[in-house]
Design a protein around this ligand. Sequence first.
Ligand SMILES: *[C@@H]1O[C@H](CO)[C@@H](O)[C@H](O)[C@H]1NC(C)=O
Ligand SMILES: *[C@@H]1O[C@H](CO)[C@@H](O)[C@H](O)[C@H]1NC(C)=O
Length: 591
Amino acid sequence: MNILAVFLLLHLAQTILGQGADQRPNYVIFMADDLGIGDLGCYGNTTLRTPHIDSLAHDGVLLTQHIAAASLCTPSRAAFLTGRYPVRSGMASFSRIGVFLFTAGSGGLPTNETTFAKLLKGQGYSTALIGKWHLGLNCEASGDHCHHPANHGFDYFYGLPLTNMRNCKPNSGDIFVAGARRAVRAAVQLVTLALFTLLLLDYLALLTVPWRALGFVLLAAALLIGAVVLFLSQFRQLNCILMQNDKIIQQPFTFDSLTQRLTNQATSFMERNLGRPFLLFTSYLHVHTALHASQEFLGKSKHGLYGDSVEEMDWSVGEILASLERLNLSQRTLVYFTSDQGAHVEEISDEGEMHGGWNGIYKGGKATNWEGGIRVPGLLRWPGVLAAGKEIHGPTSNMDLFPTIAKLAGATMPSDRIIDGRDLMPLLRDEALWSEHEFLFHYCNGYLSAARWHPRNSSAVWKVHFFTPNFYPEGSQGCFDTHVCLCYGRDVSHHSPPLLYDLLGDPGETRPLTPASEPRHQRILEVISSAVEDHRRTLGPVPDQLSVGNLVWKPWLQPCCSSSWQLCHCDHREGGKSTPRDGDSPSQTPA
Ligand SMILES: *[C@@H]1O[C@H](CO)[C@@H](O)[C@H](O)[C@H]1NC(C)=O
Ligand SMILES: *[C@@H]1O[C@H](CO)[C@@H](O)[C@H](O)[C@H]1NC(C)=O
């Protein structure tokens, strides 16, 4: 054997050993929907039982100022996956609804955006999304799946292309009724007034009304309204869909054992990937309405169906953590738990039961940039690498997961775009005192409504609001008339000078500072304004994914799983229609 051969053998051995000691962690990511920071035991709740989620804080790091990049599902999730403010990808709306409401809309996370799943896939990771997506499905034809998770780096998908909503569960209310009523009332008034005017003008011979043409217009309008009514009456069938990869497996999906199904899917994914690093993103339907919980959890919490739903989610987290342990993967896995935004405080059931969560001492909730809307749970556990029981109080963002994960996996960050997230590891490992975020910008849909400044080498955190939602009824903590706060027009108040808060001393944002109460008032506003200017200069025009054209229902994009007489209806679960419950029932439930 010559020297070269020995060298090659040594090199080979080193490569093999090196692989055996692959330091790259697996990732198990949990995202709750609309969970309030005040709902968890580890954030101070004493009556809801969340022992499994709390264990992450006990064994890992708890972030007390973890900020979602948006306070609504679609933009927040877009930012989370891409590490970028949602305006950069066109995933933040202007003057209209800020989330996708129909499966057959054409908007979605653009294909040229890079998710951390895509980066990890490129690094040899096996990747899965279990649960809610809400970032679009098709572009031009039903089944082109241009926005499907598979096109964004997820090898495996089991879940909802859209989202859970009240309309998905019979007798749980309807999110369109109030709006539809308002629209119909306005339309009837308008048409009546117009007809009367025309009749009068015709009678007075001031105008010859083309009655025939008018008749056609009215007929067309009636047909359009008919189509809308028909669509809404079939809403559940058309929009509440459960998919496995590119196949529809249940339409409409049912809630029976749904959390168990998702949990089992998560566990089997890990079992299938023992030999390679993986990313498992479990994106719960809990605790968005329609609230649901299986028999084992119904009526068990102290907080009605909402509490039952939180506790069922906690059980699921516990099952997945237990599987990690059983598979001997805990030490090699970075676990992260968060919520896409704060609790939806306006969510009250038709029976008057509180169906939204609790944001603790923080003001407002979902769809606002008060702390209650954007300050979310942030828990990270990686035994042996991250200290157990550590708390970090400085600002961090849900966009930070992108660079953190990418870097640990050895991926190169995309260099052709701005990434707004910052690597969390130096902070988590005590190598830095503060995260790199000096400023965070808070968008209400596509509008920058607030910003926070964390001056370097200081623990101060200043926050300004350029505009805030109008709470109604006045004195309440939410927008109860519109059910969700809006970001424009008559529903907001602009502030000049902007409202300024000292978050360190006043995290509940109850006492706006004045030049008299805070001598640096003027200076702080100037610093933040100029940061906002700088930030604005980094934004460029992008196609609006939430334009009217991209939001509306396009029948030709409608996913539909059957050609039988029962339109768009199927149940291809194992066991299917014949059994009311899945064969894959939970392995164990807590007492
Ligand atoms: C715990 O959460 C419930 C449900 O959201 C809430 O009603 C309650 O006020 C919270 N309790 C505490 C002590 O934060
Ligand atoms: C993606 O494509 C759109 C439309 O061409 C463009 O405006 C945007 O800048 C692109 N985004 C990235 C990250 O390249």
